[in-house]
Design a protein around this ligand. Structure first.
Ligand SMILES: C[S@@+](CC[C@H](N)C(=O)[O-])C[C@H]1O[C@@H](n2cnc3c(N)ncnc32)[C@H](O)[C@@H]1O
Length: 349
């Protein structure tokens, strides 16, 4: 079976937009972008950065004080307007002076050396390349993790630490575990380190599975992890001692494959619990990493785990909860948050 194509920003033809005329003023360029024109950067990378900063200031979108819905609307306006500023790619390299090296241009577009991409997508590709190439140290793993482009990677660690606490006192079977929605594989690697004989790691995002495959190649002795592009638990019928899921935490419309890391739609948790009930050994455990962020953002939305427990198919063994620590290295004073992360341990009733 051929592997599903990796997600990547859609390449545009090199002639997708006219070059910005030399000497055109910044306000004129911004007006053209706002009026719906696509423009191709022709001067330097720094000029592109300047244009995006000026566009951001001109759009003056809702900030932290605004509601979730207002911020989402603002983000949509930003995404649409900023994506009209294109940058030429020549021979798999950014084709303007002063641009950084982005190895993903060769990896993700092997068939097309010359094309154009929105500058905002290139900035994302560049950031992702740095994370992938340099790796990010993760104390819960005692090693660096190298998330591939387009893969959810943890930026905070409170929930991983809480899961580590739970895992250290786990006394059940360790033959077979499933890490549902593995992302860059952090939980699967924690499970393998904890001595599970086999860890099936699924994700619908092909880049996540590519990320984990590449990560496993970095180990001197390959951990017993089987990555697979699959919906939820996949179709392998083997019963599991432990099913772990760090699902999306916020209810919302999924508009792109990457939204699936953060947003869930109606029926998502019901499908997960239906599958988990059929794949768990009688003494097995389902563990969900969750948060009260849903309650904070959408107070009228029912908690999907409590809704499942009310059905009587699973019982709650324990729930751990801890305040969220702000991300390390964040500039400015710490922002106060009521956010808590949670580990829910469930067994068949
Ligand atoms: C919040 S991220 C968690 C990633 C990783 N397990 C971690 O803890 O860092 C949720 C992950 O679930 C994946 N996902 C969303 N819907 C899925 C589905 N129906 N089946 C499998 N994976 C899914 C997303 O692609 C994403 O990688």
């Amino acid at each position: 079976m051929t592997a599903p194509a990796l997600l990547r920003p859609t390449p545009l033809g090199s002639a997708a937009a006219p070059p910005i005329p030399a000497g055109q003023t910044l306000p004129r360029i911004l007006s053209r972008l706002q009026a719906g024109e696509r423009l191709l950067l022709s001067e330097t990378w720094q000029h592109g950065q300047q244009l995006l900063e000026a566009l951001d200031a001109r759009l003056d979108l809702p900030g932290h004080g605004a509601s979730f819905a207002e911020r989402q609307r603002g983000q949509a306006i930003w995404a649409e307007t900023s994506s009209r500023l294109l940058v030429p790619i020549r021979n798999h390299k950014v084709g303007v002076p002063g641009a950084p090296y982005i190895g993903f241009l060769a990896e993700l577009y092997p068939e097309a050396p010359d094309f154009a991409l929105p500058m905002v997508e290139l900035l994302d590709l560049h950031k992702a390349w740095q994370h992938y190439h340099n790796g990010t140290p993760l104390a819960v793993l005692g090693r660096r993790l190298h998330p591939f482009y387009g893969t959810y990677a943890p930026t905070r660690v409170s929930h991983l630490e809480l899961f580590g606490t739970w895992l250290s006192q786990y006394g059940g079977g360790r033959v077979e575990a499933v890490d549902v929605g593995t992302g860059c594989g952090v939980l699967a690697i924690m499970l393998a380190k904890a001595g599970f004989g086999r860890v099936r790691a699924t994700d619908t995002n092909p880049n996540a599975i590519e990320s984990l495959r590449r990560e496993l190649e970095r180990f001197p002795a390959r951990p017993p992890i089987l990555p697979q592009v699959a919906d939820l638990l996949g179709d392998n019928p083997t019963l599991a001692d432990l099913i772990v899921f760090n699902p999306p935490w916020i209810k919302g419309a999924v508009k792109s494959p990457l939204d699936q890391a953060l947003l869930f739609e109606d029926g998502f948790f019901e499908r997960f619990f239906d599958q988990a009930a059929g794949r768990l050994r009688p003494q097995g455990r389902v563990v969900l990493i969750f948060s009260n962020v849903l309650q904070l953002l959408l107070p009228d939305e029912p908690n999907p785990i409590e809704a499942e427990l009310a059905q009587g198919r699973f019982r709650l063994v324990q729930k751990l909860s801890r305040k969220v620590k702000p991300p390390a290295g964040r500039p400015g004073p710490p922002r106060r948050t009521k956010e808590r992360v949670e580990v829910w341990e469930l067994a068949l009733a």
